[in-house]
Structures are given as structure tokens and as C-alpha cells.
Design a protein around this ligand. Structure first.
Ligand code: ADP
Length: 353
């Protein structure tokens, strides 16, 4: 167990005109035993950050500390970390037991009996004890990922690094494994950095989320903090499913207006810039359906997607379409004319970039 710190981390690939700055001035600390999820769209620098921590990529600038010690100059095997990859990275010619035992190769001084004992207890923990004699080709995706996790756990490292470990699994297995990894991480109490592009995975698993975009950190915070108090429009749109509605408005005195849309400027919005153009962000679940002509806008219901307990309805208002989460089926139907409204504390006001 150890605290992990990144100070002004920068990673540039290539030189001169063709160089790519994959990570820019990233400062971040992960507490002892914390599960931090690095999340962001493809290409935003997540894997590069993880590879720098692991020592698989060299650092251009900045410092990485594990347990207070700078590790920039240490080789991967000297960093006391274990990494789990999306493609499992198991040795095909070895059995599950041999793959697990391979994880111990860096742990010196264990007898064969001690190694066997560790393999068995790790396999039991991951519920793969019946599979120990099988080779990867006869294991399912989920079983392979358990062996890969086991190979990381067995070493009892200070830090776990996981790079999209669930991407190759189908949706239902992904959701089961998500819970299992989270539980395992909590039980083992190991400092963990988990990389994903999937905001649902980030929201459900993380102690804290770090949202990245274009190599830079956008916000670090607990999942619900990022959801309810996004620091910028990018975080607001990236976190939450379905995505936050964005409405382009103009300020006229104490009103925000757009075609077919009028809403009072929230009282707490006194920090707004002096410009006139803003974007209002409203979560689908924060919108109420009201009588036509009584709310912020009136529109016509388009596609309704039933999901069982809830539905997603798309309401066309002039040239804007709002997505609304409604209760169960039948609350609104295609072609209905409805009013929409939302409480001021659920409206996010962003400057237009
Ligand atoms: P993510 O994991 O968020 O999808 P990456 O860290 O893989 O993003 O990539 C970040 C940026 O760095 C991308 O623009 C990618 O093309 C670039 N990049 C990653 N690895 C290399 C490399 N070995 N050589 C050159 N560019 C790279």
C-alpha cells in the first residue's frame, strides 16, 4: 500500500513538428488504498499516464512518487506495481496456475510450497480454483480476466494499475466484474489507478474520478461531485447518461432566452461573465413535464425510448431537442405537446467557448 503522486507530469512522443504531447502538466495524487478512475475519450492520454506510472513509457518532465519515493528512474519491475491489461496478456502455453505463479517471479525467497499456497489462496479469492489446470484457450473471457487479476494480486503490490480491463467482456459480465473488482480492491485496500473511457464504469467504481481531455486534467472529484458540480462544459457532457442537455441562450436582463425558450437567470448565477451568450446544461433527469405554456418551454414529443422503470423522451423545442427521463412507460407519447421546466439549482450555466 502506498500513496501515488504525479507532479507536473508531461509526456511528449516524437520530436519537432511531428511531436505529440500526450500528457500535459498532470498533477494528481491517489491516497493509500484509494481507487482512482482515470476517464476520458479515446486519445486523451489515459494509457500514456498509466504507462508512465508503470515505467513502460519514460517521462518527459515531472515526477512520479510511490510511497513518497521518486520512481522516474526505476525500471518497471522495481516499482512494486502490478498491471492488468484489456487483452489479459496471459501466456497461452501455461496453465492458469502457472500464469498465476508467474506473477510471483519477482518475489524472491519463497519456497515452492509457499508459492503453491499463494496460487491456491489467490485462485480461491477469485473463484478460479477449479480452473487452475486449464490453459487460457479453454477459459472464457471473464475467467481469463480473473486469472489476469490473480496474477496482479498474487504479488501483493503497492499499486495496481488497470487499463480498460473489462472492455473485452460482454455487457452483463462487465457489470458483474465491475462490482467484483471494486469489492476486491476494497478488501485488499490497494492504491489503484483504473483507466476507462466508459463513464458508467467510472461513476460506479471510483472513490474519485479524474476526467482527462486532450492530455490535460479537467476535474478530479468524487463521482457525484463531478456529476452535480461539473467544473466545465466538457465534464458536464462527458459524465452522465444520457448526456446533459445543452441549450444555447442569450441573456436579456434577468432572463435567459432562446427560440421557444425562456428561463429566469438563477440567483446564484452572479458569477457569470459579462457576455450575453451562455449555454445552459440540464440533466435529463432534472426536467419536469408540465402543462404546455407553463414552464420554460413548450415542445412536441418525438421518439420515446422505453427502458422499463423509466423512459427517455425527446422533446423538440424550435431547433433544440431536449432529452427527458420520465417515469415508466406512458407518461408522455410521441406527438404530445408538453411543457418542460426544471428547478434553478439543477441548471448549470456555462460560458460559450
Ligand atoms: P487514451 O489511453 O486516452 O486513449 P493514449 O494515452 O493512448 O490515449 O494516447 C494519447 C495520445 O498520445 C494520442 O494522441 C496518441 O495517438 C498518442 N500516442 C500514444 N502512444 C504513442 C506512441 N507510442 N507514439 C506516438 N504517439 C502516441
Amino acid at each position: 500500500m502506498a500513496r501515488l503522486e504525479l507532479n507536473d507530469l508531461r509526456k511528449t512522443f516524437g520530436r519537432g513538428e511531428d511531436s505529440v504531447e500526450a500528457v500535459s502538466d498532470l498533477s494528481l495524487s491517489v491516497s493509500d488504498g484509494e481507487l482512482l478512475v482515470l476517464v476520458g475519450p479515446s486519445g486523451c492520454g489515459k494509457s500514456t499516464t498509466l504507462n508512465c506510472i508503470a515505467g513502460l513509457d519514460s517521462v518527459t518532465d515531472g515526477t512520479i512518487r510511490i510511497g513518497g519515493d521518486p520512481v522516474n528512474e526505476r525500471r518497471p519491475e522495481e516499482r512494486d506495481i502490478a498491471m492488468v491489461f484489456q487483452n489479459y496478456a496471459l501466456y497461452p502455453h501455461m496453465t492458469a496456475a502457472e500464469n498465476l505463479e508467474f506473477g510471483l517471479k519477482m518475489t524472491t525467497g519463497l519456497t515452492a510450497a509457499e508459492r503453491r499456497e499463494r496460487v491456491e489462496s489467490t485462485a480461491e479469492l477469485l473463484d478460479i480454483d477449479r480452473l487452475l489446470d486449464q490453459k487460457p484457450k479453454s477459459l472464457s473471457g471473464g475467467q481469463k480476466q480473473r486469472v489476469a487479476l490473480g496474477r496482479a494480486i498474487i504479488r501483493d503490490p503497492s499499486v495496481f494499475l488497470m487499463d480498460e480491463p473489462l472492455s473485452n467482456l460482454d455487457a452483463s459480465l462487465r457489470s458483474t466484474m465491475r462490482t467484483e473488482i471494486q469489492q476486491l480492491q476494497e478488501d485488499l485496500d490497494v492504491t489503484t489507478v483504473y483507466v476507462t473511457h466508459d463513464q458508467t464504469e467510472a461513476m460506479t467504481m471510483a472513490d474519485r474520478i479524474a476526467v482527462m481531455r486532450g492530455g490535460t486534467l479537467q476535474q478530479v472529484g468524487e463521482p457525484l461531485e463531478c456529476y452535480y458540480r461539473p467544473q466545465n462544459r466538457f465534464v458536464a457532457e462527458f459524465i452522465g447518461e444520457p448526456a446533459m442537455n445543452m441549450v444555447q441562450v442569450t441573456r436579456r436582463g434577468d432572463r435567459f432566452v432562446a427560440d421557444g425558450f425562456e428561463y429566469p437567470v438563477p440567483k446564484r448565477a452572479d458569477h457569470l461573465s459579462s457576455g450575453n451568450s451562455f449555454t445552459l446544461g440540464i440533466r435529463p433527469g432534472a426536467i419536469d413535464v408540465v402543462e404546455p405554456q407553463t414552464g420554460a418551454a413548450t415542445g412536441t414529443v418525438g421518439v420515446v425510448e422505453p427502458l422499463g422503470e423509466t423512459s427517455h423522451a425527446h422533446v423538440d423545442i424550435a431547433d433544440t431537442t431536449l432529452t427527458i427521463t420520465t417515469d415508466g412507460p406512458g407518461t408522455v407519447e410521441r406527438g404530445d405537446v408538453v411543457g418542460v421546466d426544471f428547478p434553478p439549482q439543477r441548471v448549470h450555466v456555462f460560458d460559450v467557448d
